[in-house]
Ligand binder design. Structure first.
Ligand code: ADP
Ligand code: MG
Length: 729
């Protein structure tokens, strides 16, 4: 997941279009408890907060978990403890809740902590042993005092002809009977945070939800038999029926609709606000563009020319440009970006290009600088690495208008970075280009607004485009630059890794360079790194010091150095974690090995493969997989072998995710949804979109009673930047 973190922007680092305090006052006071720090919940201290940060998908810009985040941390399933048989009838292998009397403790002999600690218990019908391993004696004695009645819940097992339960999930006395959740939601967890604790905290968070006025029309609720918002949130976290926790269940669907509606309303509000503001007309005479095109060693592709036409029209019109340029890796977005900057430069204004990482920012600079210089443009770079005097000097030149194009990371949009006249902002590889960012970025230009071109190599399926980018205009680069050879993709079981290494030996001898991407391990940076280090060590045995290692925990300088060594062919094999996912360009690299390919999503595999096939050499992509493959993993690998068309792959990806793998949009880099982030809500999306359009037609500023209720909805799903627009308008 490392690569994805790389691409996140922290909203705190962005200028706020509006001072924060006003926001706080605008939010209905009844919602304040939900926006309070998670530590206001009993049982949450600094240690738990650290764990929550790992478990929760906090939205961009939110550093500390809040009470609200418990609501949108959705369960992945439910443990059904409702079977309450007599001991005699308990079926081994099932989860049961039993009422038993404690008979006798049989502690392991002192000094033998491997032996189990057995406590025999009984009811009127039979006996069962409760078994503990490596457990404090005093703990067991406290939990199960001899002679007392206890309710225990967990999985029963047969042990010879006896019944036993190892480490029950719950042991409670009669007075705490209600603390034992008979239907217990299971949450995506993190090491150290048990379902039991998280469940308990979630239940407290639910209690903080104020009674809200309904924003959905009664007919709609009746038609779907949806519960109220308050009931829906409660049922999801305190289910009374197992279906309450399923994505297809009524409570979840209602909340998904709410989230989609909030999203569509926000997009609608942003779009109408943008369209109503008149901007400036940016229409150059074409002289810099001509110089640049003359410098290019190639002709523009059909789609590049078409995209330029669309961009020129946007800039020439008085309403602001907000365009998404989609094009597969290698489709030539950088040239389009540079030519777009040139339009701004032709009228004497400035342009900025922001990349998600330091490595990429520098790579852009390298590509663009020679061309830009030849066309007489002044170009500079600004990242987190430019500090002190260097940074001051850049800022001074920028403010004076001595810089035409500034390339960098999010450092470009920090509050003290002042442009003389920024007319165009380009954001590269921004998968998380949320409504937050759109609004923040705009505010950097003259008169509070610049034109924005966002670029992404993630081909986004049509439905998701509508969901996340419904307010943006879209250009697609469909055709690849001439002269590209297709990449040959092979699927190889990992047992044959030695053959693969033999093959690489021949390739290296003939001058090829190789990327070797190491397994993605869910939510564990440490083990991901360990796996990559181990692989590097292994390959070093075969290839000596020609093997480098790149991973996310390295300093930016160390990363750049490693990339430089690889680009300059000093290193032949670059082992890496998924950090190389974003647009790094090394044309001589012609082989991509992806270990544990079955763990990657289609979109990611496609992006990784796009790193090769950029030079004249025949390229290969080797998908090493571990058997047995799940049906979906097999379909993904099959798809990779069938086509290289990113747009086709993305549609297939979405379709496959319907198959029950809850990878959600996160894998494809569209992580804005927390409740509706699972497949199966397409029907709701279309309805939410229509609903939003109708609402905004009738009540463009959300001032009616329903409008006011809808504002609460926007706050609950944190689309409240959109509410801010009422002030701006
Ligand atoms: P991406 O869309 O992944 O950012 P780049 O802009 O980095 O792609 O372009 C990839 C490579 O293709 C670069 O080396 C670039 O110079 C080259 N390129 C771009 N446009 C063309 C074209 N029209 N014809 C041939 N090569 C091109
Ligand atoms: Mg690029």
């Amino acid at each position: 997941m490392e690569a994805i973190h790389h691409q996140c922007y922290n909203l705190a680092e962005y200028p706020q279009p509006c001072p924060q305090p006003r926001m706080v006052r605008m939010r209905p006071e009844t919602l304040n408890p939900l926006f309070a720090d998670a530590q206001t919940i009993k049982g949450v201290g600094p240690r738990v907060v650290t764990l929550l940060k790992k478990a929760f998908d906090l939205p961009p810009g939110v550093a500390e978990p809040r009470v609200l985040d418990f609501l949108w941390h959705m369960p992945t399933g439910v443990i059904d403890r409702r079977s309450e048989p007599a001991v005699r009838d308990a079926v081994p292998g099932t989860i049961v809740t039993l009422a038993v009397h404690v008979l006798k403790h049989r502690a392991p002999p002192r000094g033998n902590n491997k032996a189990p600690y057995r406590v025999s218990c009984e009811d009127d019908t039979g006996k069962i042993d409760i078994v503990f391993f490596r457990t404090e004696r005093s703990f067991v004695e406290r939990q199960l005092p001899v002679g007392e009645l206890r309710f225990i819940s967990g999985r029963v097992e047969a042990y010879g002809d006896k019944l036993q339960m190892v480490h029950p999930d719950y042991i409670v006395a009669e007075e705490a009977r209600q603390d034992l959740p008979m239907l217990e939601p299971v949450y995506p967890l993190t090491a150290g945070l048990s379902a039991k604790i998280l469940g308990k905290l979630s239940r407290q968070a639910i209690a903080q939800v104020p009674q809200v006025s309904e924003w959905l029309p009664p007919q709609l609720m009746q038609a779907h038999q949806w519960p109220s918002f308050n009931d829906a949130v409660t049922f999801v976290h305190k289910p009374v029926d197992p279906t309450d926790v399923s994505t297809g269940g009524l409570p979840w669907r209602r909340l998904a609709y709410d989230e989609l509606l909030a999203g569509q309303l926000a997009l609608g509000l942003v779009r109408s606000s943008l369209k109503s503001q008149t901007g400036r007309v940016v229409k150059g005479d074409g002289n810099i563009r001509r110089k640049l095109i003359d410098e290019l060693p190639f002709d523009l592709t059909g789609s590049q020319t078409e995209a330029m036409g669309e961009i020129e029209d946007d800039l020439a019109s008085p309403s602001r440009m907000l365009r998404l340029l989609q094009g597969d890796v290698g489709s030539g977005k950088t040239v389009v970006a540079l030519l777009t900057c040139a339009i701004a430069n032709e009228i004497g204004a400035q342009a900025a290009i922001m990349a998600p990482t330091e490595v990429l920012a520098r790579q852009h600079l390298e590509t663009i600088e020679p061309l830009a210089k030849a066309a007489g443009l002044r170009i500079a770079v600004l990242t987190g690495r430019e500090k002190g005097k260097t940074r001051d000097a850049i800022l001074a030149e920028l403010a004076a208008g001595f810089i035409d194009i500034l390339v960098g990371t999010h450092a470009l949009f920090q509050p003290d970075v002042i442009y003389k006249d920024l007319a165009v902002a380009i954001i590269d590889e921004q998968h998380r280009f949320g409504v937050h960012q759109r609004l923040a970025l705009q505010s950097k230009g003259k008169d509070g607004g610049s034109n924005v071109l966002a670029m992404t190599a993630t081909p986004i399926p049509r439905t998701l485009l509508m969901t996340h980018y419904g307010d943006l205009d879209v250009s697609r680069l469909r055709d690849k630059p001439a002269g590209r050879k297709p990449v040959e993709t092979k699927a190889i079981p990992v047992e044959r890794i030695d053959d693969v290494i033999q093959g690489l030996r021949r390739a290296v001898t003939s001058g090829a360079q190789i990327y070797w991407v190491c397994p993605l391990i869910e939510s564990s940076m440490v083990s991901e790194l360990a796996a990559a280090e181990e692989r590097q060590a292994h390959l070093t045995q075969h290839f000596g010091d020609q093997v480098g290692l790149l991973h996310g925990a390295m300093s930016p300088t160390a990363k750049d150095e490693m990339m430089a060594q690889f680009s300059s062919d000093k290193i032949k094999i670059l082992v890496s974690t998924t950090v190389i996912e974003v647009g790094v360009n090394v044309p001589n690299a012609s082989i991509m090995v992806i270990e544990h390919a079955e763990r990657f999503g289609l979109a990611q595999l496609h992006q990784l493969r796009g790193r090769v096939g950029r030079g004249s050499r025949q390229s290969f992509c080797m998908l090493l997989y571990k058997t047995p493959l799940s049906e979906t993993a097999e379909a993904r690998i099959e798809m990779m072998r069938e086509t290289e068309d990113g747009f086709e792959i993305s549609e297939k990806d979405l379709e496959l995710r319907g198959g029950g793998e809850v990878l959600g949009a996160r894998q494809s880099g569209l992580p804005e949804f927390r409740v509706a982030d699972v497949p199966g809500f397409q029907d709701l999306l279309a309805a939410a979109r229509n609903d939003a359009t109708m609402i905004l037609d009738l009540d463009p500023k959300l001032e009616s009673d329903r409008g006011k209720a809808l504002r609460t909805l926007l706050y609950l799903f944190e689309c409240d930047e959109a509410v801010r627009l009422f002030r701006a308008a």
